[in-house]
Design a protein. Structure first.
Length: 289
């Protein structure tokens, strides 16, 4: 049996999808009706939201091995998509370091003495010992230079997260205080190890090996400098083989850039930076899984 509703077709009482509400008006429980709360599913609780889509470049299975070849391919693809931005950022980083060096040269009494007596071998043989101002300028320059160099790592982490990067991504500096502290700590460790007779160079290489991801932990995870050093060493110790292959690949890319009249570094360094950020993200995701 059916009955007519004003302004609509006859309603079939046996039709479960039929409604006695006016057409165009939401019925109870329909979208747009705020009077009826979401109904719980059998067994309690509410329907779960669909799982989020994983961003491009993130692993679908965290137990899959991390591939340096895949990282290099990823790095090249992401570099190509923002080639102009990467080249411009690297040129700016180089320019800022040059300006920093010129400022230190102008302000340092020792550097001024060397410049003024550059053509006098006897005077150069009696260069005065660096004073307090020289030491202070050296520390400040090292700190600023480390922050400037970290801009490329900021860009690499952004390149892993999105297909195209902007120049602003390189200058979105995060955790700057700990970046400076990390620069001092790493520099101190390298200096002390290099003074050890016989094995100093080897120990410095080992330190670089275990600290390779420390800057990324400071920037990406917001850790303090000392925690980042520990996190990097722990991550590398668990994936030493992958890190060794990554370092060898990055050395190869740097060598390739150098033999291409150094201009090639504008193309090989971004790939190396992005590949390293890619491996870092894969290893940390795998460790957290």
């Amino acid at each position: 049996m059916s009955e007519n509703t004003p302004g609509g077709p006859p309603r079939d009482e046996n039709d479960p999808y039929s409604s006695n509400t006016n057409p165009g008006m939401p019925g109870p429980g329909m979208p747009g009706d705020s009077s009826v709360p979401p109904q719980p599913i059998p067994g309690g609780g509410f329907p779960a939201a669909p799982p989020p889509q994983e961003p491009y470049g993130q692993p679908s299975r965290y137990d899959e091995p991390v591939s340096v070849g895949q990282a290099l391919h990823f790095g090249w693809d992401r570099f190509k998509s923002s080639m102009g931005t990467w080249i411009g950022a690297l040129l700016l980083i180089l320019l800022m370091n040059i300006v920093l060096g010129l400022i230190v040269t102008v302000l340092s009494p020792t550097y001024q003495y060397v410049i003024e007596n550059f053509s006098d071998p006897d005077a150069l043989a009696a260069v005065p010992q660096p004073g307090f101002l020289d030491v202070l300028l050296g520390f400040l320059a090292a700190a600023v230079s480390f922050v400037i160099s970290s801009l490329a790592t900021h860009g690499a982490l952004a390149a892993v997260d999105k297909p195209r990067v902007r120049l602003a991504d390189f200058f979105a500096i995060r955790n700057a205080g700990n970046i400076v502290l990390l620069g001092f700590v790493v520099g101190f460790i390298s200096s002390v190890l290099s003074l050890i007779p016989g094995i100093g160079g080897l120990l410095s290489v080992a330190a670089y090996f275990f600290l390779i991801f420390s800057l990324m932990f400071v920037i990406d995870a917001g850790e303090n400098a000392f925690a980042a050093i520990g996190s990097s060493a722990k991550l590398v110790a668990g994936s030493a083989g992958v890190v060794i292959v990554l370092i060898v690949a990055n050395i190869g890319l740097s060598f390739l850039g150098v033999i291409l009249c150094f201009v090639g570094l504008l193309f090989t360094l971004p790939v190396a930076y992005i590949a390293q950020a890619f491996v870092y993200r894969r290893l940390t995701a795998k460790a957290a899984a």
